[in-house]
Ligand binder design. Structure first.
Ligand SMILES: Nc1nc2c(ncn2[C@@H]2O[C@H](COP(=O)(O)OP(=O)(O)OP(=O)(O)O)[C@@H](O)[C@H]2O)c(=O)[nH]1
Length: 242
C-alpha cells in the first residue's frame, strides 16, 4: 500500500478483540485476543458538496462533529471495526463534492471495496446527483464485488426534509444497495452504518474473493489510532493512494 505523503501506515496484527465495535464509541479494541483475521478495506465517500461526507468521516473516525471547510481533492481517515472473527481496518477516502474536482474523483474510487454515495435529506438536488453518481459508478468503475451504499445524511433536519425515507429506500432496493439514513451531527446510525458495511464486506469477501488484503501479523502498535489529512497532492498526483 502506498500512503499519501504525511500519512503514516497503521500497523495491525491478528490479535484483536472479539466483540463487535466501531472505534471510539464502543469500548476500544484494547484487549487483544488471538486468531482473528485483520483485513484492509478501502472505502470511498462520494456525493455533492455539503451533504456531509467529511462530517460523516470525522464522526466515524473520531466520534466528533465539528465545523468543516469544503474538501480540497480528498481527505483520508482510518478506523477499525471489529466483528466476532475478523477485524477490518477501514481506509476512508473522503472525496471533494465540488464540481471542479469531479475529474479527479475516479483516482480515489478505483479499487474501493466499499463506495458510499451520500445525499442530504433536506436537499432534493443532492438526491438527484446521488443517482448520477450511482450510474457513473455502476457503468464504469465499480465491480460487482464492491459494496455499494446509499446514505441519506442530515437525518436530524427532518423538518426540512425534501427526500422521503421511502424514496431513498426504493432507490436502494432497485439497485441492490445497502441503505441508511444517518446524522453526522447527532451521530445517529453512524456506527450502525459502519457495522452493516463491515458485515456486507465480509459476505462479499467470501462470495467474490475480491482481493481484500489480509494483513500479516506485525507488531501491534495502536488499534484505536485514526488519522486525517487534507490531501495536498490530490489534484496533481495520480499515483497516490492504494
Ligand atoms: N444538521 C446537520 N448538518 C450537517 C450534518 N453533516 C454535516 N453537516 C453540515 O453540513 C455542512 C457541510 O458538511 P461537510 O461535511 O463539509 O460536507 P461535504 O459533503 O464533505 O462537503 P465537500 O467537502 O464540499 O464535498 C457543514 O456545515 C456541516 O456542519 C448533519 O448530519 N446534520
Amino acid at each position: 500500500v502506498e500512503y499519501p505523503v504525511g500519512v503514516p501506515p497503521l500497523w495491525m496484527g491478528k490479535r484483536t478483540q472479539r466483540r463487535e465495535s466501531t472505534g471510539p464509541r464502543s469500548p476500544g479494541p484494547t484487549t487483544p485476543t488471538r486468531d482473528t483475521r485483520t483485513i484492509r478495506v478501502k472505502m470511498v465517500l462520494l456525493g455533492s458538496s455539503g451533504v456531509g461526507k467529511s462530517s460523516l468521516a470525522i464522526r466515524f473516525s473520531k466520534d466528533e462533529f465539528k465545523g468543516t471547510l469544503p474538501t480540497v481533492g480528498c481527505a483520508y481517515f482510518t478506523q477499525v471495526v471489529c466483528l466476532s472473527d475478523v477485524t477490518f481496518h477501514f481506509e476512508i477516502w473522503d472525496t471533494a463534492g465540488q464540481e471542479k474536482y469531479h475529474s479527479v474523483t475516479p483516482l480515489y474510487y478505483r479499487g474501493a471495496h466499499a463506495a458510499l454515495v451520500v445525499y442530504d435529506i433536506s436537499k432534493r438536488e443532492s438526491f438527484i446527483r446521488a443517482q448520477m453518481w450511482l450510474r457513473e459508478l455502476e457503468k464504469h468503475y465499480i465491480p460487482a464485488s464492491t459494496v455499494m451504499v446509499l446514505v441519506g445524511n442530515k437525518g436530524d433536519l427532518s423538518e426540512l426534509r425534501q427526500v422521503t425515507l421511502q424514496e431513498g429506500h426504493s432507490l436502494a432496493v432497485d439497485r441492490g444497495l445497502l441503505f441508511m439514513e444517518t446524522s453526522a451531527k447527532s451521530g445517529n446510525q453512524v456506527s450502525e452504518l459502519m457495522l452493516a458495511i463491515a458485515h456486507r464486506v465480509k459476505r462479499c469477501t467470501s462470495e467474490h474473493q475480491s482481493g481484500l488484503t489480509e494483513w500479516q501479523e506485525t507488531e501491534l502498535v495502536n488499534l484505536r489510532r485514526s488519522e486525517t489529512l487534507q490531501h495536498p497532492l490530490a489534484s496533481c498526483c495520480p499515483s497516490i493512494g492504494p
